[in-house]
Design a binder for this molecule. Sequence first.
Ligand code: FES
Ligand SMILES: [Fe+2]
Length: 385
Amino acid sequence: MQHDEQVRLIRRALALIAAGDSERGEATLSPVARYLDPARFEREREHVICRHPVAVCPSAQLARPGDTLAVDLAGLPVLLVRGEGGELRGFVNACRHRGARLLDAGEHSKRVLICPYHSWSYRLDGTLAGRPHAADFAHAPPGQCALARVAVGESLGLVWVVPRVLAPDESAVLDLRAHLGRFAQDLRHWGYDLWVPFHQRSFTNAANWKIPFEGNLETYHFQYAHRDSIAPLFHDNLLIADHDGDHQRLLLPKRSMAGLRDQDPAQWDIGRHSNIIYFFFPATFILHEGDHANLFSVWPEAVDRSTVRAITLIPELPATEKARAHWRKNVDSFWGALDEDFALGVSCQSTLASGANTHWHFGRTECSAARFHAAVERLSGLTIG
Ligand code: FES
Ligand SMILES: [Fe+2]
């Protein structure tokens, strides 16, 4: 983040801290159908998740030509492939013969992609390279048998994917600079394009895909849900929120920020006295922690189930055991708090069908979740109830 922007944000924070106040928006109701209705879920998947880039993995995970990653994203089997010239491409992990998956889930290194069923083979650019008894397939010329494509791009040290099969005439290139907007400039300024993964984790979460974002777009819960982990570091129920289109940025000042009042603003460094949440709509959450970042994306599987893919990015890989232990401690601290959040989200999902609530109640400092829901519903063509 540019220094003048840091100063503006810190001044906002100091004024609120001094007044014991918070920014506030509208209080809202959130109907339980948002988390239970399969038809609504399908609209969200089609119009929101399958139309926008979401972060999948670190670019460094696919560093060399031939590196591939097979991964299911929101129900679509995707194959990410680093080509001979260094370009990253996305394909559907489905053979054009009879649909077998070309590669099992996980990482591989390949010069050619060979289907395990009847051995149709594909180059790293997805074109058909060969097939046994080719003369029997005059009705399926090679030019029509390239792998189906998926749009991918790289930015902020991450691979981003739109999990939708492209039509033959559609571009597979994502304009991530335009999509990620001005908040990505903050992260570029901190060097994210060169940051590398220290830790990765993926797990199934028994809750609607939107619930983890609701939980991470407010600080109202900090003093209670995180009383034994991060609560002492942060102020109670303090919201300092900005948005850029449907993307959001939340500043979480640490208690140490108050000491900046006595310092020359030219020396202020926001990263030492806060965490900053970057929520790139629709499903990528980045927690900037000054000198590193923890992030996760949520991939819907069903109305009440998702896959979470999480990454810790650091400026450079640790060279010593001491450095490794330092980052390990940071990862453990992050997941100490995030496991509490995910568990509570699952708890909330588990009561939805009980009939106890027709709506959930979002207070005025929980308005960032309401902004998120409004964007989802606008794009899905759903009414906000
Ligand atoms: S399904 Fe792939 S070669 Fe037959
Ligand atoms: Fe939390």
